[in-house]
Design a protein around this ligand. Structure first.
Ligand SMILES: NC(=O)C1=CN([C@@H]2O[C@H](COP(=O)(O)OP(=O)(O)OC[C@H]3O[C@@H](n4cnc5c(N)ncnc54)[C@H](O)[C@@H]3O)[C@@H](O)[C@H]2O)[C@H](O)CC1
Ligand SMILES: [K+]
Length: 477
């Protein structure tokens, strides 16, 4: 089962893997033609009613695969209003090859005759709201015929995610849907077939540019705040996490740090708001104040960068998680306490191999992907999202697991993990935790790839700050 949003992401990933949408459209159209062949013998009359999006494009392709049938294609609207290049190219192909393909701009002129089969290709997953004109009148006309109605992807007017129609919808006899079943289709009163259209399994298994679709749409809203609880024995780590969270979309980023090092952290970056507490490392005395601040401002917390592993600090981290109820990225030494706490917080944990084992997860020697099932089980037991970091990362929420293979060998330099924790926190302001956890390492890796020519083996973690926005925008594909 796949939602329309996920389908669009997988589609984009497929394109990035070298299987472009136009190729998928060719397979989709071919599958539609096969369904027509199943319901009617050669010689039968087939009317294709097409809309101006890719749903229509699929049916323009289908017309070419119906040699031996009496096919006519009716496009609802002017050809110059076809909304995608690939659909237009397939329309143009019908024109140049002298198919019976005409555009109808007024629904009153839509004469369907008495065909054996109608192909409904008005709207697919691109539908929003009730069918407008001329589609609404055309749907009624199609429903009034005796013909067998074959719908492309989803009956026009029906929402593929919910199965609901806000107004009139096509009453299909058969639906040919692509790649995977859609949540709204099984409850419809028609036969649904799922056609394999050649999307590589890697387009789903690996995070790709399609997984950044909603990140690209989630612009800064003015009130997404990140609160980094870090620093003490180390000062660079919280500064890197804080800055990368700003690059990934946070509006304001605060760093809570011991007074002994707060000035130093502030000195690295004027964009951070550093709030100090007494001492040289985090202790349980600070927990009340930190939980209160994080809750008052609805902050996304980053717990861990540079905190060190003093017993008092780990005790404080544990107490913080026991009482915090918001969203947090947990990294570095703080990871060690996660499996011991009972927390209502939503956590994204970002362990490297060693930290994964320390926190009670699998101890993996080889590629992490070989341990993907154990990592998934571990995330399920933990009840949180796990981003297990290596050359190829494994991201799991206990039910879904994806791999990330972005980045360069130079990323083994210190600090890239701090950058990652900040990116995930920045994304968590607008994204669902699993989506942020998948997008984070992909963005981090792409940010490094964008610098590979310039920096090569001399990359610094702080260099990545510069290219995070371009990586989010999709550069480097
Ligand atoms: N991987 C795949 O699954 C593939 C699917 N393909 C097909 O592409 C469509 C989705 O195409 P898209 O262009 O995004 O949208 P539609 O064709 O469904 O419609 C867009 C079109 O419709 C207009 N519109 C939206 N709502 C309404 C409304 N209520 N009334 C009238 N008109 C409306 C909107 O303005 C747009 O112009 C998918 O279903 C598959 O069939 C591809 O072949 C590639 C592989
Ligand atoms: K349709």
């Amino acid at each position: 089962m796949i939602s329309s949003d996920r389908m669009a992401a997988v589609d984009e990933n497929s394109e990035a893997l070298g299987v472009p949408r136009k190729q998928l459209m060719e397979s989709s159209g071919n599958a539609v033609a096969r369904a027509v062949r199943d319901v009617a013998d050669p010689g039968a009359s087939v009317v294709v009613v097409a809309g101006r999006g890719n749903n229509g494009g699929d049916a323009f392709v289908a017309a070419r695969f119906l040699d031996g049938y009496d096919v006519s294609v009716r496009l609802l609207g002017r050809p110059d209003s076809i909304s995608t290049d690939i659909a237009r190219e397939n329309w143009d192909a019908l024109q140049s090859a002298e198919y019976d393909a005409e555009s109808v701009t007024d629904s009153k002129d839509l004469a369907l005759g008495d065909p054996d089969v109608v192909v409904d290709a008005m709207l697919g997953t691109g539908v929003t709201g009730a069918l407008r004109e001329p589609e609404a009148t055309a749907a009624e006309a199609m429903n009034g015929l005796d013909a067998t109605v074959v719908a492309v992807d989803v009956p026009s007017g029906v929402n593929a995610d919910t199965g609901e129609a806000e107004g009139v919808a096509v009453d299909a006899d058969r639906v040919v849907t692509f790649h995977d079943q859609k949540p709204g289709l099984p409850d419809l009163d028609c036969e649904v077939t799922v056609a394999d259209i050649g999307i590589p399994p890697a387009a789903e298994a690996f995070v790709g540019p399609g997984d950044l679709r909603s990140v690209r749409e989630g612009v800064r809203g003015g009130d997404s705040r990140v609160f980094v609880i870090g620093g003490g024995p180390y000062t660079g780590a919280p500064a890197l996490s804080g800055q990368s969270s700003l690059r990934a979309g946070a509006d304001l980023t605060f760093v809570a740090a011991p007074s002994k090092v707060s000035g130093q952290i502030q000195g690295y970056a004027e964009d951070l708001i550093v709030q100090d507490y007494e001492g040289d490392h985090l202790t349980p005395d600070q927990v009340d104040g930190l939980v209160e601040t994080a809750h008052d401002y609805d902050d996304v917390v980053v717990l861990g960068p540079g905190l060190g592993n003093d017993d008092e600090t780990l005790e404080a981290a544990e107490q913080f998680l026991e009482r915090f109820e918001g969203k947090a990225v947990v990294d570095a030494d703080a990871l060690a306490v996660v499996s011991e706490v009972d927390t209502d917080a939503t956590l994204v944990c970002t362990p490297n191999r060693k930290e994964l084992a320390t926190m009670g997860g699998p101890d993996v020697d080889g590629p992490l992907r070989d341990a993907r099932e154990e990592i998934e089980e571990f995330a399920a037991d933990l009840g949180h999202v796990v981003v297990a970091k290596a050359a190829e990362d494994v991201v799991s929420d206990g039910e879904r697991t994806r791999l990330v293979r972005a980045g360069t060998p130079a990323m083994t330099v210190g600090g890239t993990g701090d950058i990652l924790a900040g990116i995930v926190a920045g994304l968590l302001g607008t994204q669902d935790p699993f989506d942020a956890a998948c997008a984070g390492p992909f963005v981090n890796g792409r940010a490094a790839e964008l610098l590979d020519d310039e920096r090569a083996g001399g990359l610094l973690a702080s260099d990545l700050l510069e290219t995070i926005p371009r990586a989010i925008r999709g550069e480097g594909e």
